[in-house]
Structures are given as structure tokens and as C-alpha cells.
Design a protein around this ligand. Structure first.
Ligand code: CS2
Ligand code: MG
Length: 402
């Protein structure tokens, strides 16, 4: 199965997406998601300038060898840009291999390990009352798990609370990043009680919360202790994860489950977090962490250490990534949960897919391959527009993690 074409398609149906499309000599096509929110063209040019020319003439069936060639052949290894590019190639090659076999991808990954993929929704609001209303609407739709994010009294804006409740999109098409302001003191003063009110109203629901990289380990330890009685499903990204050892402090103080990994692109960036059991869920995604091939290796390391998967699935991961994630999730033995933010109708128009939601679970469908395609005519109607993720400053102006 020789590769005869490899193209990068950039489009923007409401938000930017980068998609790699590979075509073989016998006309089979495979696609991979190469979107990196706020830095899309960095990956697009890495692919089109340096990777796509190397794919031509190679055997699409040699997936692992291709991964090793692109990873070890780059010299400048790892990092989110290079790994997102490798992820897209890997995903597209798995799509082709499954189509050639006439099977849905999960059948090539060992078949089903479960009947459906547990997903979580997103309830966001400026007030607890708004969040409660949204949690109720998710429960009405059959969700078993909901992430809750609240406005913080005293702050004009914060992560996770956007203008549009259903389609949360943090990237903004302005000339400069939107500036958010942050106060750990105001956050810690309000969020435990807010989550407590949701727990009181929904005693049996899986509740998740994303701190989004903003605390120090000891602040996160304090928050984890205060949330213990609320039995969270997980507390996500409590601190920036460059210093993996920092999570030892959190672990030594609290039993609140911890989830980390959506920004981490390789198994080596997770070795301490997983190896020392400093986390309970690993959040890496097909799109960021080296595709299906590398994500399976991360999941195997996690399996050895009682860590379950909880892949990232925000709207800046395209339906191509969501489809691939669901095949991976259906098969991986130590599955935990899958993030699911529905995409907008125009995004779904560009990326027709067979995956479906039903009563709190998702199913990738039985189409050969990933079960998702890119409609290039529709994509052409939505040209790229640069967009930035927000930046975050403390109340005194000091730069902080967003
Ligand atoms: C968030 C993401 O879904 C999550 O857990 O961390 O929404 C993240 O903010 C975006 O993917 C950034 O583009
Ligand atoms: Mg997150």
C-alpha cells in the first residue's frame, strides 16, 4: 500500500482545525487530526514542509516503523508540535489499515473490552444556579458524569465559563489574546462550596473539576483535602505538570483522585507521574500524544500502575480525534472515562462521522476505519483565521498559567 499523496487541510468551521489526509496507490484514504489550539499553522507547516514529502512512496502499512522514522528521524524529538504531527500521520495510517481490512479500527486494537464508552459532559456557569441547571439538563440526557466549572465572585472571567454554554470555545479571533484575571485566594474561597452544592443536589453523579494548571502543589493539596468528602471522580490539572515530582506533595496530603496529561505529548513526560502513581487518570489524547500507537504504550504503562485513561476531548480536538479516541477507548483495558464536548453543526458538516452518543455512553460505529471523513468542499467554505487562547494574569498583573 504505497502512499501517493499526503495533504494538510486547514479549515475553520467556527474554530480552526488542521487535518492530514493520506492517499494510497489503491485509492484508500486515511485522515488524522493535527489541530493545536492557538498554534495551528505551526503543526500545519511542520507537516506540509517536513513530513508529507517523506511519506510519498512509503508503505502505509508500516505504521510502527513510520512512527519511529518520524520520531527518531527528527533529531529534535518530542514536544507538542512534532508529536501532534506524528499523531496525525499515525492516526491516518491506522485509518487506512482498518479500511484495508474492512473493519472498524477497534477490531484491530484487540476488539471491544466494554459495551460502550463512558463520557462526561460540561456544565459551566457564572453562578452555581446556572451550573445546577446545566447539570440537570445533562442528567436528563442520560449523562452519568459531568464536569463543573464556575465563575469566581470577584473575577470578571475565568477558565471554563464561556458565553456559549453548549459549545465552549476558549480561542478568540482577536488580534491579541484575551486577558483573563486570576486570584487563587478568591478561587479557593468559592469553589469548594460551589462543588458542594452540586454534590448535594446530585449525590450519585460522577463530578469532575478542572483547575487548569493554576495552583501550587500545597494549594492543590489543600483543595484536594477540602473536596475529599464530595468524592470527586477527579480533580484535573491542579498544577502545571512540567515538574512531575511536584505531584508528590499533593499525593501525600489527599485522596482526591487526580487527572493530568492533556498537554503532555510523550510517555517520557508522564514517566514519573504514572510510575510513582501520582495520578489516577492520564489525560493524553490521540491528537497530541503520538497517535494510536503511542497512546497505547502510555495506556500500557498506566495499566501497570493502577492508572486509568481519561482522554482529552474538548472542541479543539476535531471529530477525527474523537472518532479515533472512541475506538481506542472501546478496546483499552484500563479505560476510565472520555471527555466529550459536542462540536458545532458546521464542524459536523465538515467532518461527517458514524460515532453516536446514547444514554451517557458513546459508540464509534461499525464503519471500516475510523468512521469519519473530511468533506473538503465544506471545509473550503470555512477559511482559516488566526485565533489565540487567552492569557492569564494575577490581579497585580503578574503572568500566570491560563
Ligand atoms: C480543557 C480544555 O477540556 C479540558 O479539560 O483543559 O478545554 C483546554 O482548555 C482546551 O483544550 C485548550 O485549547
Ligand atoms: Mg483540562
Amino acid at each position: 500500500m504505497k502512499i501517493v499523496e499526503a495533504r494538510v487541510i486547514v479549515c475553520s468551521p467556527g474554530r480552526n482545525f488542521v487535518t492530514l489526509k493520506i492517499t494510497t496507490e489503491d485509492g484508500l484514504t486515511g485522515i488524522g487530526d493535527a489541530t493545536m489550539n492557538g498554534r495551528e499553522l505551526a503543526v500545519a507547516s511542520y507537516l506540509s514542509e517536513y513530513v508529507c514529502p517523506l511519506l510519498l512512496g512509503r508503505d502505509a502499512g508500516r505504521i510502527e516503523d513510520m512512527w519511529q522514522y518520524l520520531y527518531k528521524g527528527a533529531y529534535w524529538r518530542g514536544g507538542p508540535v512534532g508529536m501532534t504531527a506524528i499523531s496525525a500521520v499515525d492516526t491516518a495510517l491506522w485509518d487506512i489499515k482498518a479500511k484495508a481490512a474492512g473493519l472498524p479500527l477497534y477490531q484491530l486494537l484487540g476488539g471491544r473490552s466494554r459495551d460502550g464508552v463512558l463520557v462526561y459532559g460540561h456544565a459551566n456557569g457564572n453562578t452555581v444556579e446556572e451550573v445546577l441547571e446545566w447539570v440537570h439538563s445533562y442528567v436528563e440526557r442520560g449523562y452519568k458524569a459531568v464536569r463543573v466549572q464556575f465563575g469566581i465572585p470577584g473575577l470578571s472571567s475565568t477558565y471554563g465559563v464561556g458565553s456559549d454554554k453548549l459549545y465552549y470555545e476558549p480561542a478568540d479571533r482577536g488580534a491579541f489574546p484575551v486577558e483573563n484575571s486570576w486570584s487563587t485566594e478568591l478561587y479557593l474561597r468559592s469553589v469548594p462550596a460551589a462543588i458542594g452544592r452540586v454534590r448535594d443536589a446530585f449525590p450519585d453523579l460522577h463530578l469532575l473539576h478542572d483547575v487548569h494548571h493554576r495552583l501550587t502543589p500545597i494549594e492543590a493539596a489543600k483543595l484536594g483535602q477540602r473536596l475529599e468528602e464530595l468524592s470527586l471522580f477527579w480533580l484535573e490539572d491542579p498544577v502545571p505538570a512540567e515538574l512531575q515530582e511536584g505531584f508528590r506533595i499533593i499525593r501525600s496530603h489527599t485522596t482526591t483522585p487526580i487527572a493530568v496529561g492533556e498537554v503532555l505529548p510523550t510517555i517520557w513526560d508522564l514517566r514519573t507521574l504514572i510510575g510513582e502513581q501520582l495520578i489516577d487518570y492520564v489525560r493524553t489524547s490521540v491528537q497530541r500524544a503520538g497517535g494510536i500507537s503511542h497512546l497505547r504504550k502510555i495506556a500500557s504503562l498506566a495499566e501497570l500502575h493502577h492508572v486509568r485513561t481519561g482522554s482529552h476531548g474538548a472542541t479543539d480536538l476535531s471529530p477525527v480525534c474523537m472518532a479515533a479516541a472512541l475506538h481506542f477507548d472501546l478496546s483499552v483495558p484500563n479505560f476510565g472515562i472520555q471527555e466529550y464536548m459536542p462540536h458545532t453543526p458546521e464542524t459536523d458538516e465538515v467532518f461527517p462521522h458514524s460515532y453516536r452518543y446514547s444514554d451517557g455512553f458513546m459508540h464509534p460505529g461499525e464503519e471500516p476505519g475510523l468512521g469519519v471523513e473530511i468533506d473538503e468542499d465544506a471545509a473550503g467554505c470555512f477559511p482559516y483565521q488566526r485565533a489565540y487562547l487567552p492569557v492569564n494574569r494575577l490581579l497585580d498583573g503578574t503572568m500566570h498559567s491560563w
